[in-house]
Design a protein around this ligand. Structure first.
Ligand code: ADP
Ligand code: GLC
Length: 494
């Protein structure tokens, strides 16, 4: 019999405790799917005071001494359980007792973010070395935890209790890298030695937490197959493509899953009328409810297109701005829920004011409204410039809300163009990052929408598909096994 895997899942946000995006959804669901496969998994994240994370849990360790900032800083560890999975929280008021997660608002970052997560990473290791048994594997996620593999292979190299501990570093988004001045290395208790280009963390004159994860982890993964290929190219690699090509043997893509306990139109507590493949009548009521909620006329014949997103360059909303007149001419209603870049927020606010009967906009973060949009819209638009996985298009499939996406990353892996002759496919996509191509994809969608039996076939293909976490979790478990067993060269940075 295989030994039970003991895994720490380290991450900067996790639903339902603290969320800015899909990262939190993954942390809220993957560990539970792993636990079902008998993996012993503990999730750990910071105890943000402005978020739910700061209000839950009991203190299980009052004093973890963390060598940091030329002395010792003390963290406390809190614990809570969510749907059977143990969640742990690093409590350090100096770093985490603030109004937001990464900044005071979506447009602003805390200036000491790199220090906050270097501290978090080191606290995780100090906590891990006291565990019995010590973890076989620490699964790290994005740059905020990139310091963990680096510390393990340097400052903790001789730590007897962590000799067998391997690391998996999952890239959820290579566009955010945690760059910092190398002068901070000493403050974090890291040798200036690590600041080198080959086999180190130097990145065009700065130090990079993302590069630390990629170079020092035993293995690397990302959240779709397509993105695993894309990040090895200059167009998508954000300067790290060469390194990723060199480490390609250690890099795999595993598609994210969906938590159907949270995102399912048959059981969703936030929508006015549940519906399912067997009985779709509720969807029209949800559409009416969405239009009402957004202050739009209750015209149920007009197609409604929805988007829910962080408004940042990655997500492609400059294309929507460019396509704005075309969208209106196509006769659709457009509903947006999002927050982020000021100029985009302003554009959408102005557009809504100019066309209050056709455009609905909510600027901010609103989980309930996100569910209402998934259920009430006819189509879901994601024109991303790049998209490591993307979860909303997969939620949309389940809600019979047909995705229109740009063919990149996980969007490309999950959406197949609908073909009216074979009635196969679940959505519409365009390849080139161009507003006229977006509009052409919309035209194709509207043609099918005008033919109700065909549209119904397209919706049903999406609703029938199963993107639950079970399959992906089984892939992670296999990968964990390979990473934990690997000896010799596997585990050395290339
Ligand atoms: P990313 O993680 O890059 O933002 P994903 O598609 O993986 O993109 O996940 C986005 C998640 O965040 C989804 O669960 C989505 O519903 C949620 N979300 C994004 N913006 C908002 C918002 N303004 N209000 C509510 N939920 C949002
Ligand atoms: C990132 C990506 C998104 C992905 C999410 C969860 O935020 O931008 O595409 O779905 O992480 O992996």
């Amino acid at each position: 019999m295989r030994e039970r895997q003991h895994v720490i899942f380290a991450i900067s946000e996790a639903a339902p405790y603290a969320k800015t995006g899909g990262l939190a959804d993954v942390a809220g669901a993957l560990p539970r799917a792993l636990a079902k496969l008998d993996v012993e998994v503990k999730v750990i994240l910071p105890r943000y005071r402005g978020e739910r994370a700061g209000a839950v849990g009991r203190c299980v360790d009052e004093r973890v001494d963390v060598p940091f900032a030329f002395g010792t800083k003390v963290a406390a560890i809190y614990a809570d359980e969510y749907k059977g999975v143990p969640f742990y929280f690093v409590d350090a008021p100096e770093y985490f007792e603030r109004p937001g997660i990464y900044g005071p608002n979506p447009n602003e970052e805390y200036p000491d973010n790199v220090e906050r997560y270097a501290f978090f990473s080191r606290a995780v290791i100090e906590w891990a070395r006291r565990l019995d048994p010590p973890p076989h594997l620490i699964h790290c996620n994005d740059w905020q935890t990139g310091f963990i593999p680096l510390y393990l292979r340097t400052a903790y190299r001789e730590e007897p209790r962590l000799q067998r501990t391997k690391t998996l570093f999952t890239i959820h988004n290579i566009g955010y890298q945690g760059l910092f001045s190398p002068t901070l290395l000493e403050r974090f208790g890291l040798s200036p030695e690590v600041y080198r280009t080959e086999g180190g963390i130097e990145f065009y004159g700065q130090a990079s937490a993302m590069k630390a994860g990629i170079v020092f982890a035993t293995a690397i993964s990302t959240v779709s197959r397509k993105y695993a290929e894309e990040i090895q190219t200059p167009e998508y690699g954000y300067g790290l493509d060469g390194l990723l090509r060199a480490r390609a043997m250690r890099l795999v893509g595993i598609l994210n899953g969906v938590d159907y306990e949270e995102w399912n139109p048959a059981t969703d507590p936030f929508i006015v009328a549940p519906y399912s493949l067997e009985d779709m009548s509720g969807k029209r009521l949800c559409k009416a409810d969405l239009l009402r909620t957004m202050g739009l006329p209750e015209d149920l014949e007009r197609p409604v297109i929805g988007s829910i997103s962080r408004l940042v360059a990655q997500k492609g909303f400059d294309l929507v701005r460019e396509a704005a007149d075309g969208l209106l001419r196509a006769g659709v209603v457009y509903v947006l829920l999002g927050s982020g870049a000021r100029e985009l927020e302003e554009f959408f606010r102005d557009w809504q004011r100019a066309h209050p009967d056709r455009i609905g906009v909510y600027l901010g973060f609103h989980n309930e409204l996100a569910h209402k949009i998934e259920a009430g819209a006819d189509m879901f638009l994601m024109p991303s410039r790049y998209e490591p996985c993307g979860l909303n298009q997969i939620y949309s499939l389940k809600y019979g809300t047909v995705p229109i996406v740009r063919a990149t990353g996980g969007l490309d892996d999950t959406i197949e163009p609908f073909d009216p002759t074979t009635r196969s496919g679940n959505g519409f996509k365009f390849v080139e990052y161009r507003a006229d191509h977006l509009l052409a994809a919309l035209e194709r969608a509207l043609e099918i929408y005008a033919d109700p039996p065909l549209w119904r076939a397209c919706m049903e293909n999406g609703m029938r598909a199963d993107f639950s976490w079970d399959r992906s979790a089984a892939q992670y478990r296999e990968l964990y096994e390979r990473v934990i067993r690997c000896e010799g060269p596997f585990g050395e940075p290339t």
